[in-house]
Each structure stands twice: as structure tokens, then as C-alpha cells.
Design a protein around this ligand. Structure first.
Ligand SMILES: Cc1cc2nc3c(=O)[nH]c(=O)nc-3n(C[C@H](O)[C@H](O)[C@H](O)COP(=O)(O)OP(=O)(O)OC[C@H]3O[C@@H](n4cnc5c(N)ncnc54)[C@H](O)[C@@H]3O)c2cc1C
Length: 375
């Protein structure tokens, strides 16, 4: 192991000295923050450190929904959170997507405006009525300028081959991206903007009490004028606030001939979500059946949740069809009692942007923009 103090003059002066902004975490938030900082500071030295050889949290592991609010999710939120906060979050997610599209060309990450459907299972009490749809259409029109975003779609099972679904609500503005391509596109943009990403360096502790911030790593100390913490589900070590790691599991099937599933789908108030990826089905969720077990920073899949996901494929999503599982994985999100992210200055040289829940594709760039605006 080569420590920083053993590096050459060339290495020290090119990579580690006179850092203006050091960002911890190379997910959507870390990379967006760096790009917005570059727009403000043409000549600044901006460095991102990432503990993994790839981003190792949620940004390269998510389902790729560009979602900002399904009717059952909004209904649930309005029951538990005050109305203003619910619509502020909706608005931030919607404008967050616009910020993302401003940072990277949507073609590079295969954005598809494929719509979403919120599915209501047969035999389950449906809380959504026409009056509620009219209310969310009015509110969402005020925010987006688009009318009638939400409509009931009774034909969903016929169109996509589902079983045990009584009805659905379509959101015509939601879509999907290729998650891997988004992370690659942001990475490319970061490099082109002369921002350094150093993989395999974990921030262990920080002293930000004086003018220069000192960050301890296993290779030695890094110094920077300003620091931004973008570690999401792994933020507990940096702030004593309401944030917990939340593991989320996903699977992807084999390619399925004549697959009818096309688009993005939310099921059981968003506890489950699925979409097609070409001719495969990606399905995730199920944290609600083992909340304690899934409140962890450890990656991994469990039989309990994978079995539940497979059960949904069998009975609802791909009934009477042969399929197998080609991939399964997990990612770690940051969640709290409330759905709003924590975005703030910790003192005059350190900012933090974390707790993006299951909304980071939509919210991430917006959080990055706000973090950069503090400096
Ligand atoms: C399975 C799954 C499905 C999801 N589906 C969707 C979806 O469809 N739509 C949507 O909007 N959102 C979705 N999300 C949520 C979304 O992915 C996240 O909200 C978003 O990626 C958060 O981005 P981030 O940059 O804040 O965090 P992350 O991507 O987690 O990045 C944090 C980075 O910090 C690094 N790090 C942590 N600690 C340190 C340290 N001490 N030193 C150095 N580096 C460190 C980590 O390795 C990680 O790379 C999903 C999440 C998961 C897990």
C-alpha cells in the first residue's frame, strides 16, 4: 500500500494539492454537484473520492424509473405528511429530472418516455377515486404545466398480460432510463470537465474545524478548502440526524419471447416496481416484508424477498409463462421518517446532500445543484 506522503512530486501536485472542492461519494449526487461546481468555478480543482471501484451505493444499482409520484404513493403521503411538503417533493422531483437532462443529454442514457401504471390488485380496497384523480391532476398541472397527467386505465391486464389486477392509473409523464448508461454518461461529463475521480479511497473521518478541511483515509490525510458529503445511505457517520441505510433488492429475468410488459409499473403503493428492459423484466421491492432485516449497510439478497418477487412474477406479472432469473442484486438507499432529503451546510466549508430514498434518479441532480449553490 502506497501512502500519499510516498507519492512523487508529479502525483502530489497533479492529484492532491490545492484542492478547492473535495466531494465524498461518486453517485448521482456527487457527480452532479461536481458538474454544477464546474459551471460556477472554471479554474477550481474539483476532486471526487469514492471508496468502491465503481459507485457502491444506489446510483448504478437502481431500477431506472424517472418517477415523481403515482396516485397511491401520493394518497399515502397525503395521509402521513402535510400537503405542502408532498407537493414540494413532487415539484423537486419533477424539476430534478429537468436538471438531470440539463447536465447530460437524455439520449446518452437511453431515456424512454414510456409512461407508468400504478396497479391495484384484485380484492384490495382501492382508495383512489375520480375526485382524487381530479385533485392530483389539478395540482400536478400547476407544477408541470401539463394537464390530465393521470388517467384510469382499466385495460392494463389485457394490454400487458397481467392477472389479479382490478384497475390501474396511468401517469403519462413518467419514463425509464438505462441506469448503467446514466452513471457512465455522468462520469464521462465529469472527466470532460476536468474533474478528478479517485476510486478506492474511503473517507474515514474529517476535521473541518479550521479553514482547511482534513480528511483521514487509510492512505493518509487529504486536504481541501471545501468538502461536500454525498454518501447517501452511508451518511450516519457524518451527521447525527434521522437517516438510516435501507437495502433494496432487484432481479432481472431471462429474455422472454413476445414479452407483453412494456413500460414502468408500480404495485402495492410502490412497495414493488417493475419494468421491461428490452425483452426482460426487471422487478424490485419487498422491503416492507422485512424492514428490520433490510435496514442494513450490507449488500446481499435474501431468500424471503427473492421468493416474494418470484411469486409476483408467477401470479401477477408473467402468469402462465416460462421465465428464469438471470440477475439479482441489491443496492443501499438512505431513508428517514420524512421523504425530503437532507441538504445543508454543516459549517462554512462543508455541505451534505443525503437521504434521497427511492427518488434519487429524479432528485439527484437537483440536490447537486443546490449543494453547489452554497459555495
Ligand atoms: C434497488 C434500487 C432501486 C431504485 N430505484 C430507483 C428508481 O427507479 N428511481 C429513482 O428515482 N430512484 C431509485 N432508487 C434510489 C436512487 O438510486 C438513489 O436515491 C440515488 O442513486 C442516490 O444517489 P446518491 O448519489 O445520493 O447515493 P449513492 O449512489 O448511494 O452514492 C453514494 C456513494 O458514496 C460512496 N461512499 C459512501 N461512504 C463513503 C466514504 N466514507 N468514502 C468514500 N465514498 C463513500 C458509496 O460507495 C457510493 O458510491 C433506487 C435505489 C435502489 C437501491
Amino acid at each position: 500500500m502506497l501512502r500519499f506522503d510516498e507519492l512523487s512530486f508529479w502525483e502530489k501536485s497533479s492529484y492532491f494539492e490545492k484542492t478547492d472542492f473535495l466531494i465524498i461519494g461518486s453517485g448521482i449526487v456527487g457527480m452532479s454537484t461536481a458538474l454544477y461546481l464546474r459551471k460556477q468555478y472554471n479554474d477550481a480543482r474539483i476532486v471526487i473520492i469514492e471508496r468502491g471501484y465503481l459507485p457502491t451505493g444506489a446510483s448504478s444499482k437502481n431500477a431506472g424509473f424517472t418517477c415523481f409520484g403515482s396516485p397511491t404513493e401520493l394518497y399515502d403521503d397525503l395521509k402521513n405528511i402535510d400537503e405542502q411538503t408532498v407537493w414540494d417533493t413532487f415539484s423537486n422531483r419533477y424539476s430534478g429530472l429537468k436538471s438531470l437532462f440539463e447536465l447530460v443529454d437524455e439520449k446518452t442514457f437511453h431515456y424512454e418516455p414510456c409512461k407508468s401504471w400504478d396497479l391495484i390488485e384484485t380484492g384490495v380496497k382501492n382508495d383512489i377515486n375520480q375526485e382524487f384523480i381530479e385533485y392530483i391532476n389539478t395540482k400536478s398541472h400547476e407544477i408541470t404545466g401539463f394537464s390530465n397527467i393521470y388517467t384510469e386505465d382499466l385495460e392494463v391486464s389485457k394490454k400487458f398480460g397481467f392477472e389479479q389486477i382490478q384497475t390501474s392509473y396511468c401517469n403519462k409523464l413518467e419514463g425509464a432510463i438505462n441506469t448503467g448508461k446514466l452513471v457512465q454518461a455522468l462520469h464521462k461529463e465529469v472527466i470532460q470537465n476536468n474533474i478528478q475521480i479517485l476510486y478506492g479511497i474511503e473517507a474515514l473521518s474529517m476535521d473541518n474545524a479550521s479553514k482547511t478541511v482534513h480528511i483521514e483515509t487509510e492512505y493518509g490525510t487529504l486536504q481541501t478548502q471545501n468538502c461536500i458529503i454525498a454518501t447517501n445511505g452511508f451518511a450516519k457517520q457524518w451527521i447525527n440526524e434521522d437517516i438510516l441505510p435501507a437495502r433494496a433488492q432487484v432481479l432481472v429475468t431471462n429474455p422472454i419471447k413476445d414479452l407483453k410488459v412494456k413500460g414502468t409499473f408500480h404495485f402495492e403503493k410502490g412497495y414493488y416496481y417493475f419494468r421491461n428492459v428490452g425483452d426482460r423484466v426487471l422487478l424490485g421491492g419487498g422491503r416492507n416484508i422485512d424492514v428490520a432485516g433490510e435496514t442494513t449497510e450490507k449488500f446481499g439478497t435474501t431468500e424471503k424477498i427473492q421468493n416474494k418477487l418470484q411469486d409476483l412474477l408467477n401470479h401477477i406479472i408473467l402468469p402462465n409463462q416460462a421465465w428464469s432469473i438471470d440477475y439479482s442484486w441489491s443496492g443501499i438507499m438512505g431513508v428517514g421518517q420524512t421523504k425530503s432529503p437532507i441538504v445543508k451546510m454543516l459549517n462554512n466549508n462543508t455541505a451534505i446532500g443525503v437521504r434521497l430514498g427511492g427518488m434519487g434518479v429524479a432528485l439527484g441532480a437537483q440536490v447537486g445543484k443546490k449543494l453547489a449553490s452554497y459555495f
